[in-house]
Ligand binder design. Structure first.
Ligand code: SF4
Length: 138
């Protein structure tokens, strides 16, 4: 689909899984989610900060299955290591190579931020393919 768009000079969002999930979503799954979950007023995302109405929580009727209610988990805050700019990369403010730690202290063998951990992470992909592309072009 991406190659067709590229060939046609287009850039648009398409649903590759239209056979299973129509644009309106999966009605039984949406009903189940509506039964079990409710919108949180706000949520703090790692690297992104607080975003209103961006996450779900389990409704009180299902509290018996809610780890947050059962274990009384205190507010867990995971801050990025010093110097890491994962939040800026996540927000699209910086490209991975613009992070001060990219390719030096932070690399796939010794990842510092989450974006360098898995091969699909933006930084890991940049490290693997963008650097490789530069080497091929040189
Ligand atoms: S994963 Fe590493 S290179 Fe990427 S933004 Fe975070 S600290 Fe920087």
């Amino acid at each position: 689909m991406i190659l067709h768009q590229l060939h046609a000079g287009e850039a648009k969002v398409e649903n590759q899984y239209g056979r299973i999930v129509p644009w309106d979503g999966n009605p039984p799954a949406l009903r189940a989610m509506e039964t079990v979950f409710e919108l949180r007023p706000y949520f703090e995302w790692r690297g992104l900060g607080f975003i209103s109405q961006s996450a779900l929580s389990i409704k009180p009727a299902f509290a018996a299955y809610d780890a947050e209610a059962i274990f009384e988990i205190p507010g867990v805050r995971v801050t990025d290591p010093r110097g890491a700019q994962c939040g800026e990369v996540l927000k699209g403010v910086l490209k991975p190579p613009q992070c001060k730690l990219f390719g030096t202290e932070c690399n796939p063998e010794h990842p510092i931020g989450a974006l360098m951990v898995s091969s699909e992470g933006a930084c890991a992909a940049y490290y693997r393919y963008a650097l490789h592309a530069e080497a091929v072009e040189a």
